[in-house]
Write a protein that binds this ligand. Structure first.
Ligand code: DGL
Length: 262
């Protein structure tokens, strides 16, 4: 059975890329809810509804494990998905939070993400559930997503935006910055330069967690041949593959358009 990975759009391909690199033999289905992106500006109730519909689609396809690659959805809908569906559900917040806890020496962590992720305080809860002495500050950076999707991964627009959002981090005493949004690994270098502290990439941490859970449950795919990949989108496949190839780092073939929640 395949692993199902969903996101609001192309961003979750940064997570899929890491899963493919750590688990090259696994079959993966990816769903990008491109008709309803962005999730990061929507209310938790709406994001939960979309996330349930995305998961129902995967259940109808038959998956052995679900990865919620979207930070916004992981922040607000994980409990509901875990309650409602009988498969292991892995989000990106807990793995990122664990890495932040082991990385911070000064016990101060900064998190950046969409408005809904930051307002949910999901990373703060996950970090302080492990170590209550750590203080966590969040900064919403809503302009990063459209800038990155535009392909402006370097140059003055992204540099100035990063400066505006992140310069305060240099003085707030944090020694770890969590990239709490699917898109941010694409501009890691710009962010690292402005913030000047160590970064945690939730995508890498999540792929490690997926590997661990599959191994623990003894459901890793056997055999040596490379896994198969199939993509589903809720809006135009052409646009998804054009932008998505930058995120995935390879060609996107095998895409189908589906309808959800109408
Ligand atoms: N995938 C979203 C996240 O990681 C970013 C894009 C959106 O707002 O939908 O939070």
């Amino acid at each position: 059975m395949p692993i199902g990975v969903f996101d609001s759009g192309v961003g979750g391909l940064t997570v899929m890329r890491e899963i493919m690199s750590q688990l090259p033999g696994e079959n993966i289905l990816y769903l990008g809810d491109t008709a309803r992106v962005p999730y990061g500006t929507r209310s938790p109730e709406t994001v939960i509804r979309y996330s349930v519909e995305n998961t129902q689609f995967f259940i109808s396809k038959g998956i052995k494990l679900l990865v919620v690659a979207c930070n916004t959805s992981s922040s607000v809908s994980l409990e509901v998905l875990r309650e409602r569906f009988p498969i292991p559900v892995i989000g990106v917040v807990e793995p990122g939070a664990r890495a932040a806890v082991s990385g911070t020496k000064l016990k101060r962590v900064a998190v950046i993400g969409t408005e809904t992720t930051i307002n949910s305080r999901s990373y703060e809860r996950a970090i302080r559930a492990i170590d209550v002495s750590i203080s966590v500050s969040g900064i919403a950076c809503p302009l990063f997503v459209p800038i990155i999707e535009e392909g402006w991964l370097e140059g003055e627009v992204v540099a100035l935006t990063a400066e505006k959002y992140l310069s305060s981090i240099r003085n707030n005493g944090a020694d770890i910055l969590v990239l709490g949004c699917t898109h941010y690994p694409m501009i890691k270098d710009v962010i690292a330069k402005v913030a000047g502290i160590s970064l945690i990439d939730s995508a890498i941490e999540t792929a490690k967690e997926v590997k661990g859970v599959l191994a623990e449950r003894n459901i890793l795919r056997q055999g040596k041949e490379p896994g198969e990949r199939e993509f589903f989108v809720t809006d135009a496949p052409e646009k998804f593959s054009r932008t998505g190839e930058r995120f995935l780092g390879q060609k996107i073939l095998n895409i189908s358009k589906i309808s959800l929640g109408v």
